[in-house]
Design a protein around this ligand. Structure first.
Ligand code: CP
Ligand code: NVA
Length: 335
């Protein structure tokens, strides 16, 4: 099997899905599916396409999946990784991001960045001189959505023509990127959220332009009773994203009616036919087993839904690795 790594992305950064053509995004998903098959069959042991490359992981926020997926993807292909946490580097504190970018770019072949305002990622990409990959900013989480699309395609065999309902904080990084990715894939997208947590007009407008191009739609609903009707993918995320912890009580009050439970899954109308799956980028508050939920119980999704056979959250988590590998190979090696 010859993998097509020549997607016109060599030397490019990836900060938002909007930077990719629709075809490039879909080809990255297909490449990830092929890379997964290769790993399952053990053939990846012959793959060392990134031998001699050194990758830097700059994380200003916590991570389990993104960090580990990037590390394993790099190791599978022969690259080394250096992890720099918030306390490890000067980055914007004792040194400008621009200066840190120029130093890291002299030493590393690629940089994965997780942090706060998206502008920080842009400055890093403008000055590093090597590909910079967005591992989550306050506004966007593009690598997550590549894995989500891979999971949906693996399950349904197609993307175009499906319907995704995202229920929860309708203006966070995951929702913004999911809306964009679905629109680019020709998937109907419903953002079901409280009015106070609706997406910005600019994010909506860009997604609607992509949806129009692909014959699909992007809508916003504030009614969890009806928004999920007919959806094939029910998606939620935490109600309080990293960096917003001070808004915890306020968010709980706003989002309680938007919890994904079995009644909501039934309202999709697709449970009996097996045409609905549940996705969550994780980490998820679905039980009392975390410090946050010990007293208050499940938040954005019930344990019953999270643990149900139609919940594909761990396929989704695994696919973070295959999609990040696809992104690194196409931007570092190319054709
Ligand atoms: N979904 C996701 O980005 O998980 P981590 O925060 O663990 O990286
Ligand atoms: N919206 C969440 C996603 C975590 C992967 C956050 O930013 O904390």
């Amino acid at each position: 099997m010859t993998l097509n790594l020549d997607l016109g992305l060599k030397g490019r950064s990836l900060l938002t899905l909007d930077e990719l053509s629709d075809g490039q995004m879909l080809a990255l998903v297909d490449l990830a599916i092929e890379l997964k098959e290769r790993k399952i069959s053990g053939k990846h042991l012959d793959d060392q396409r990134l031998l001699g490359r050194n990758l830097c992981l700059v994380f200003e926020k916590s991570s389990t999946r993104t960090r580990c997926a990037t590390t394993v993807a790099a190791r599978d292909e022969g690259a080394t990784t250096e992890y720099l946490g918030k306390a490890d580097i000067h980055f914007g504190k004792k040194e400008s991001i621009k200066d840190s970018a120029r130093v890291l770019g002299r030493l590393f072949d690629g940089i994965l960045y997780r942090g706060y305002g998206h502008r920080r990622a842009e400055i890093l990409a403008e000055h590093a001189g090597v590909p910079v990959w967005n591992g989550l900013t306050d506004e966007w989480h593009p690598t997550q959505i590549l894995a989500d699309l891979q999971t949906v395609k693996e399950h349904f065999g197609t993307l175009n023509g499906l319907k995704v309902a995202y229920v929860g904080d309708g203006r966070n990084n995951v929702c913004n990127s999911l809306m964009t990715g679905c629109a680019k894939a020709g998937i109907d997208f419903v953002d079901c959220c409280p009015e106070q947590l609706a997406p910005t007009e600019s994010v909506l407008e860009r997604a609607r332009t992509a949806a129009k191009r692909n014959g699909s739609s992007v809508t916003v609903s504030h009614d969890p009773a009806t928004a999920v009707e007919g959806c094939n993918v029910l998606y939620t995320d935490v109600w309080v994203s990293m960096g917003e912890e001070s808004q915890f009580e306020e968010r709980l009050a706003l989002l309680r009616p938007f919890q994904v439970d079995m009644d909501m899954v039934r309202r999709t109308g697709n449970l009996d036919s097996g045409r609905v799956i549940f996705l969550h980028c994780l980490p998820a508050f679905h039980d009392c087993q975390t410090e946050v939920t010990r007293e208050i119980g499940a938040l954005e999704v019930t344990d019953e839904v999270f643990e149900a056979p139609f919940s594909k959250v761990f396929d989704e988590a695994e696919n973070r690795m295959h999609t990040i590998k696809a992104m690194m190979l196409t931007t570092l090696v190319g054709g």
